[in-house]
Design a protein around this ligand. Structure first.
Ligand SMILES: Cc1cc2nc3c(=O)[nH]c(=O)nc-3n(C[C@H](O)[C@H](O)[C@H](O)COP(=O)(O)O)c2cc1C
Length: 403
């Protein structure tokens, strides 16, 4: 019910994902929000104001210099008469204008004039998203307090192009809007949480490393869900291609040892959720120089050594958080392995999932988990990773209040 009666100013800019904004309008309205649309000239190349206006059941604003619109509502009122400004899709162009304070059309002028919370759903070709200029602009905008949802990794509309740049799905955008507008109970206010996420990269030499398929989606979603319940979250992230969740303290690391150091430096905390897929082993002595291939020479052997066990270290630490949660990614005997892990690591819960390639969980957007505690096992249904995160955050809040 977070969206009931809420007024969303939806800015649609000129990307191919604009067609998804039609569904987004429908999803927002069926949850009770009103949607007032603004379209850039670019957006009108992809979808029509007629379709947008029909779905929004409102006038569509397109022109900064429209005499009627200025008299009627005016661009400054447009910018302020709403609970949230949502930009979906947000083009590289519009983000660049916003980061630099340009105001040469209605959308960019509204963005400069608004004092409302802003959520942007970027959508663009992966090369555009990865471009240093876009990276700089996104960093600037984050610093200005603008929140982001997505982009996601995957196939783009252009054939043969894949990577980070796909607009988040309408329901994920709706969930992000709800999180942004939720003034509800904050049961974790005043609690500090540490979350690890993503893989680790263990160097072989300066250019090669050992890694795994973890995308960081689940860990990042959990960090965001805990923050939405009011927790002060430190997210320690391995190398991932998804954006940092807004409003958290994010520490980027590469190796398991760096991750352990960052986690220990963040103690004391009330809650630790160790989601990262930390490499069990690293190369015993990584080479300072690139290992060269010489004809006729034997193939090098990699001697491995054990990495620190971060979950176990935290679970048995003198400053052990009240609640310690680990993840167990298994491909066989999921439950019995997770139970053994619960005891060995000193954890309160193990969230176990089957990451066999056929499940598509590792690197995917959905998850099917079992929650293993000293009280028993609870099987959760197949859920979006954001939904797993929301449920887990609620479980954490419920548990910590009883301790
Ligand atoms: C077929 C086509 C698809 C495009 N898709 C995107 C896109 O997904 N994201 C993006 O940032 N720009 C995209 N562009 C480029 C923008 O439309 C262009 O930068 C435009 O100036 C954006 O204007 P606006 O930000 O005012 O809407 C696309 C262009 C074309 C021709």
């Amino acid at each position: 019910m977070v969206l009931a009666g809420k007024r969303i100013l939806l800015i649609i800019s000129g990307g191919i994902a604009a067609y998804k904004s039609l569904d987004l309008i429908r999803r927002l309205r069926e949850r009770g929000a009103s949607v007032r649309p603004v379209m850039t000239a670019g957006a009108q190349q992809f979808i029509t104001p007629l379709a947008v206006g029909a779905l929004a059941a409102d006038h569509v604003f397109t022109d900064l210099f429209s005499r009627e619109d200025e008299q009627d509502v005016g661009h400054i009122r447009l910018a302020r008469d709403c609970d949230l400004v949502l930009i979906a899709p947000a083009t590289a162009d519009l983000l660049a204008k916003m980061a630099n304070g340009l105001a040469d059309d209605l959308a960019s002028t509204i963005m400069l004039a608004t004092d409302r919370p802003v959520l942007a759903a970027p959508a663009m070709n992966p090369k555009m998203w990865a471009h240093p200029a876009t990276r700089r602009n996104v960093e600037t905008l984050r610093g200005d307090g603008i929140a982001f949802v997505g982009p996601m990794t995957g196939e783009m509309a252009e054939s043969g192009e894949a990577g980070a740049g796909r607009m988040a799905e309408p329901l994920d955008i709706v969930a992000a809007v709800e999180r942004r507008l939720d003034n509800g109970a904050k049961p974790l206010a005043g609690k500090k949480a540490i979350v690890t996420s993503g893989p680790t990269h263990e160097p072989i030499d300066p250019v090669r490393y050992i890694a795994n398929r973890s995308s960081g989606r689940q860990g990042h979603a959990i960090a965001a869900a805990l923050a939405a319940l009011g927790a002060d979250v430190t997210l320690v992230s391995g190398p991932v291609s998804i954006p940092d969740p807004a409003g958290l303290n994010v520490i980027h690391v590469e190796r398991a040892e760096e991750m352990r150091d960052a986690v220990l430096a963040a103690l004391p905390a009330d809650i630790a959720v160790m989601v990262a897929a930390v490499a069990d082993w690293r190369v015993a002595s990584a080479s300072d120089q690139k290992i060269k291939k010489h004809p006729g020479e034997s193939i090098p052997t990699l001697a491995l050594t054990e990495n620190p066990d971060i979950l176990k270290t935290v679970g048995h630490h003198t400053q052990r958080p009240k609640l310690v949660i680990g993840f167990a990614a298994e491909t066989q005997d999921v439950e019995s392995n997770a139970r053994a892990k619960l005891e060995r690591k000193g954890a309160d819960f193990i969230v176990a999932n089957d990451v066999s390639p056929s499940t598509g969980i590792m690197g995917g957007t959905r998850n099917r988990v079992k929650i293993i505690s000293h009280d028993g096992v609870e099987q959760w249904p197949d859920l979006d990773k954001d939904e797993v995160a929301t449920r887990l955050a609620a479980l954490i809040a419920g548990t910590i209040m009883q301790r």
